[in-house]
Design a protein around this ligand. Structure first.
Ligand code: URP
Ligand code: ZN
Ligand code: ZN
Length: 498
């Protein structure tokens, strides 16, 4: 430690203090001050002396910065459409909404080598991100090299989760490939995230709709029938149980899928769930707008009905879902995204996805905590702590405690906001939540002790975010069988010799 730093410390131990606020973690809510030194939380105590920079959090909630573990940034979709947000606009938008870490995807398309994919995403993110980030992999081409060389090496380097698809012709794995990927994940300590929809059911319905001239956006929701989701959910759960490897089913939308996951969890299966704002705040009716406007609400799976919304709320409250993510998949309402064929565009041509990286936390806070559906501690768990635990970041992120990164969002729980796209910081040009009034907003957002957002302004430079190498995810670390693969084959052989 240099002499100047030692003198500073003797006079004032903290670079930053946040005082007089109410802190909430996933476990408890209490009044205390926070002291931060060199980007880490070094004190959580009452009546700390003011640091070099002191924030008065009287009447404010002091929460862990959000972690968004499902967002698509600077990513080509399966059909080759680039997202509207790059790593600058996406991370700025995330930060304004109280998120301090994102885990987007490094997406492999068929024929690509995974190490090169990861290098390409680093080259995009490094100079632009303003908050911290990790990467999940998307695995669409599980070749022998990918399974035996590249994935093990990348997992060891901190890419400890990957997403696989059961739908989209250009991304989907068949069941045999899926079992191989699950097996690799289990052997090397990675968590598999699954997009669970039955590809053939969707294609079969879509083909018939289009043949009869039903190309309007609302038919996107018809083709993605809830049974396509629940069938695939059931199938991947069976595969996960066969291999004795946890899976996390992402963007769960329909009541049947929620119930399928809940039932498996009740049986003791290590099946985890994620849901997103669009399944709480939108329904298929939103897609049924004049002309092509409904395209702005088209994502996969699609928003469903009120019964599904209620089931998703219940799943957040009763622990069926561990994580609440945005699935920010930003495409503009023009030829670059939603309308590649102008007014001739049919639902099959549209890029799938909705924006939500900035509104994820404010929407859930207002309608969940504010309306008594979730406790403040559940909100923290669902938006930050559980993401860190599920994805191997809890060694530094996800809660407010001594030794953690100082990733903090200071909320004004009373601030009323009427949502409008013009006030958001993404590059999409619309929001599916236009015109809603919500209560509560994160007004000061801090990442590793750096004030990223304050006074409604960005306070940091582009490229100041940091890449995060992740550890073995919690569900894998808590494996009930120490050598699941060995046990699996013992069990299979035992069955054969009975
Ligand atoms: O519609 C969606 N969710 N698009 C993004 C890609 C995905 O499947 O998550
Ligand atoms: Zn998906
Ligand atoms: Zn997604």
């Amino acid at each position: 430690m240099g002499r100047t730093r030692a003198l500073d410390l003797a006079m004032n131990p903290f670079d930053l203090t946040i005082r007089n606020g109410t802190i909430a973690t996933a476990e408890s809510t209490f009044k205390a001050d926070i002291g931060v030194s060199e980007g880490k939380i070094t004190a959580v105590a009452t009546q700390l002396e003011a640091g070099s920079h002191d924030i008065d959090a009287t009447d404010r909630l002091v929460l862990p910065g959000g972690i968004d573990s499902h967002c698509h940034v600077e990513q080509l979709s399966g059909s080759g459409v680039m997202t509207a947000d790059d790593f600058y606009s996406a991370t700025v938008s995330a930060a304004f909404g109280g998120t301090t870490t994102i885990i987007p995807f490094a997406a492999q398309h068929r024929g690509m080598a995974l190490p090169q994919v990861v290098a390409d995403y680093h080259a995009c993110a490094g100079p632009k991100a303003v908050i911290d980030y990790g990467f999940h992999l998307i695995v669409s081409d599980p070749t022998e090299t990918a399974l035996t060389v590249d994935l093990p090496a990348l997992i060891a380097q901190g890419y400890t989760s990957f997403k696989v698809y059961m739908t989209y012709d250009k991304l989907k794995l068949d069941d045999f490939q899926m079992l191989d990927v699950l097996d690799t994940a289990s052997n090397h300590g990675a968590l598999v995230m699954v997009h669970a929809e039955n590809n053939d059911m969707i294609k079969w319905i879509a083909q018939r709709l289009l043949a009869r001239g039903h190309g309007a956006p609302k038919f996107h929701a018809v083709s993605h029938d809830p049974l396509a989701e629940s069938e695939a959910t059931n199938r991947i759960i069976a595969m996960s149980r066969l291999i004795d490897t946890p899976v996390l089913i992402v963007h769960v939308s329909g009541i049947e899928a929620v119930n399928t996951i809940r039932a498996a969890q009740t049986l003791g299966a290590r099946v985890y769930g994620e849901t997103c704002p669009q399944y709480l705040f939108l329904t298929a009716d939103d897609i049924d707008r004049p002309g092509l406007e409904g395209a702005m609400f088209c994502c996969s799976p699609p928003p469903r009905d009120e019964a599904s919304q209620e089931a998703v709320w219940a799943g957040l409250a009763n622990g069926t879902f561990q994580v609440f993510s945005s699935d920010h998949a930003p495409y503009r309402y023009d030829a670059s995204g939603k309308l590649p064929k102008g007014d001739k565009t049919v639902f099959k041509d549209m890029a799938n996805g909705v924006p939500g990286i900035e509104l994820r936390l404010p929407l859930l806070f207002s309608e969940g905590v504010g309306k008594g559906r979730l406790t403040l501690n559940q909100f923290v768990a669902l938006t930050a702590t559980n993401h860190a635990r599920m994805y191997g970041l809890d060694y530094r992120k996800g809660t407010i405690a001594v030794g953690q990164d100082a990733d903090i969002a200071i909320w004004d729980p009373q601030r009323q906001t009427t949502i409008t796209a013009a006030d958001l910081h993404d590059n999409v040009g619309y929001t599916p939540y236009e015109g809603r009034t919500i209560c509560g907003w994160p007004e000061t957002v801090i990442n590793r002790g750096r004030v990223v957002v304050a006074d409604r302004k960005l306070q940091v430079e582009r490229g100041s975010g940091m890449f995060l190498s992740r550890r073995t995810p919690g569900p894998l670390a808590q494996s009930r069988t120490p050598t699941p693969k060995k046990q699996l084959f013992k069990n299979l052989v035992a069955k054969g010799t009975r």
